[in-house]
Design a protein around this ligand. Structure first.
Ligand code: ADP
Ligand code: MG
Length: 616
């Protein structure tokens, strides 16, 4: 009776296999990095179990990785003495994708027919890189849990895998790849040696290749900075991040107070969250005296720094800290404060030293800084310094910091102003911008509704409050004579309110307009038009009366349309009333708050008919 059990892969794994097998990706050598990295993870896990006092099978077997190549047979074998796997773990780890974000991303990748095979290591499916080069993979394993049997797992890729009992294995895992004819080169000793040099120098366990020790580099974060070459930093980065490109930024720092910390942090050159809906998980590993405590420690860094890769080593951590309570540990919170503060300071220095590369950083990762402003009050000052926006006084595409903006402020300007609009042109031609043009005040131009929330949360910078242009209480620099006087303007406003009735809460003469006859304001100067739009979109129908109670129509007493309207309401009240309605609709239109244009268009056509004259 055969005891071999046949299993199917989870659908997403089939997709991954399809990607890697048919990938035209040329750097197939990354399979070595992925398998060695899994072997190293398995050793790290075992070391952690032992240091936290758990019983393991063969406690005296040294941790390490051995690689053997056999050119004749066309095989490569990677053996480790790590945690190994039980039968259930084999099914779980080598047959399914655990992380739902990874699953979603992989599905998208497969649907797009994008064969980005080099990304798979970053999505928790590195093991399957083996199938880029092998026609058959065998995994022989014995779990470190005492009294567990040994298992053999085999697969030829698509079509599933087989699990059957094995005999007499030592603790750990042995993976045998039977290379395809085209990839036989990987059975050569020197090929593997070259690949190991490239990707696996920093594996913190001894690696032997055909009986010869290869890696000897000690943990990079414990070495003095001036002895480390940039290439070594980048090698280490590629090793821990599974990235094939170099990092954009790196920060290596050590501190003795308030905590003893040694840290190397990296910012990747690309934001992989921008590729799909995948949400990154922080990849900053937490060590204590070179022993890995947790590869994905919760709470070590704020969520909005989840794009960072690297290592934090602190002697102050107790080795037996449980991963469940870690987030609440005051020590981890302290680490979080210190590292976050230091990293933000680093970004500030970089932005001053090399604005061009900071711009590149900001394009990829700026949104995380904004997320930080909205979700985290602890670092507002530091984050505020790092934000960049387009501005009315700079060329299109150029961005300014808040500090530079404040330096440019002229004598009587007290606040920092910003205006959200779908485009630069829309902002500069909007009625809300008129007062700023007349006063020569600079306005930050935002193009993402999210940015308004960011400003709202930041509130102030360097003692200056940040204010939506639409809410600014300013008067335009225009000649005072020539328009309606105060009394007439007030009377007209009252009359208009009576005509418009429930459609607005009030009509008021305004000093902030220059070229436009009217502008839609918010009754309590509480929301901007874009916030209103968002609110409306969320509440799918708003009662017209309820909506009107929030609006205020501001009219420009110097505008010819308003001056003439004041005469018209005596001579032709019916027509004047139509003009008042149309003025309100135009203002709502400018604010993007017209939902159903039919009533307005009908009225507009009637008015046009008056202009062209009656039927002859
Ligand atoms: P990741 O390493 O990102 O989790 P992989 O596809 O590389 O994704 O590996 C999947 C899982 O298989 C690992 O998380 C681990 O649990 C298990 N695994 C792979 N190789 C080994 C090994 N050599 N020893 C023990 N477990 C392993
Ligand atoms: Mg892996």
């Amino acid at each position: 009776m055969s005891t071999a059990e046949k299993h199917q892969f989870q659908a997403e794994i089939e997709q991954v296999l399809d990607i890697v097998i048919h990938s035209l990706y040329t750097d197939k050598e990354i399979f070595v990095r992925e398998l060695v990295s899994n072997a190293a993870d398995a050793c790290e896990k075992l070391r952690f179990l032992q240091t936290s006092g758990q019983a393991v099978f063969e406690p005296d077997r040294a941790l390490g990785i051995a690689i053997a190549t056999d050119e004749k047979a066309g095989t490569i074998t990677i053996t480790d003495t790590g945690v190994g796997m039980t039968r259930d773990e084999l099914v779980e780890n080598l047959g399914t994708v655990a992380h739902s974000g990874s699953r979603a991303f992989l599905k998208k990748l497969a649907e797009d027919k994008k064969t980005d095979a080099k990304l798979i290591g970053q999505f928790g499916v590195g093991f399957y890189a083996a199938f880029m080069v092998a026609s058959k993979v065998t995994v022989l394993t014995r779990s470190c849990q005492p009294d567990q049997p040994c298992w053999s797992w085999t697969s030829e890729g698509a079509g599933g895998y087989t699990i059957e009992p094995a005999e007499g294995l030592p603790r750990g895992t042995k993976i045998v790849l039977e290379l395809t004819e085209a990839q036989k080169d990987f059975a050569k000793d020197f090929t593997i040696e070259r690949i190991l040099k490239r990707y696996s120098n920093f594996v913190p366990f001894p690696i032997e290749l055909n009986g010869k020790a290869t890696n000897t580099t000690p943990a990079i974060w414990t070495r003095p900075k001036n002895e480390i070459k940039e290439e070594e930093y980048q090698e280490f980065y590629r090793y821990i991040s599974h990235d094939t490109e170099n990092s954009l930024y790196r920060l290596h720092f050590a501190a003795d107070a308030p905590l003893v910390i040694q840290t190397v942090l990296y910012v990747p050159s690309k934001n992989i969250e921008l590729l799909g809906m995948m949400r990154m998980e922080s990849d900053v590993h937490l060590y204590c005296r070179k022993v890995l405590i947790d590869a994905k420690p919760k709470g070590l860094l704020p969520e909005w720094l989840r794009f960072l890769k690297g290592v934090v080593d602190s002697e102050d951590l107790p080795l037996n800290i449980s991963r469940e309570t870690m987030q609440d540990s005051s020590l981890v919170q302290k680490l979080n404060q210190v590292i976050t503060g230091r990293f933000l300071k680093f970004l500030e220095e970089q932005s001053e030293k090399d604005p061009a590369s900071y711009e590149q950083f900001y394009a990829q990762f700026g949104r995380y800084l904004k997320e930080g402003v909205v979700n985290d009050y602890n670092h507002h000052d530091a984050l505020g310094k790092l934000l960049r926006f387009e501005s009315s006084t700079l060329d299109a595409g150029k961005k300014t910091s808040l500090a530079e903006y404040i330096k440019r402020m002229t004598g009587d300007q007290k606040e920092v102003y910003y205006l959200l609009a779908p485009s630069r042109e829309a902002a500069l031609s909007s009625p809300a911008f008129e007062v700023f043009r007349s006063k020569n005040y600079e306005v930050l131009l935002l193009d993402d509704p999210w940015d308004e929330f960011v400003m709202d949360h930041l509130r102030e910078f360097d003692g200056k409050s940040l204010k939506a242009a639409e809410k600014a209480e300013l008067s335009a620099e225009t000649p005072k004579e020539g328009g309606l006087d105060e009394e007439k303007a007030k009377a007209l406003a009252e009359w208009m309110k009576a005509q418009l009735n429930d459609r607005v809460a009030a009509v008021k003469p305004s000093q902030r307009l220059v070229d436009s006859p009217a502008i839609l304001g918010d009754k309590d100067k509480f929301m901007t038009a874009s916030m209103r739009r968002l609110m409306k979109a969320m509440k799918n129908s708003t009662d017209a009366k309820e909506e009107g109670a929030q609006y205020e129509l501001e009219i420009n007493p110097r505008h010819n349309l308003i001056v003439r309207l004041n005469q018209l309401r005596e001579s032709d009240p019916a027509l004047a009333s139509q003009v008042a309605e149309q003025l309100l609709d135009n203002a709502k239109f400018a604010a993007g708050l017209i939902e159903n244009p039919n009533v307005m268009l009908k009225r507009m056509n009637e008015l046009l008919e008056r202009v062209v004259g009656p039927k002859s």
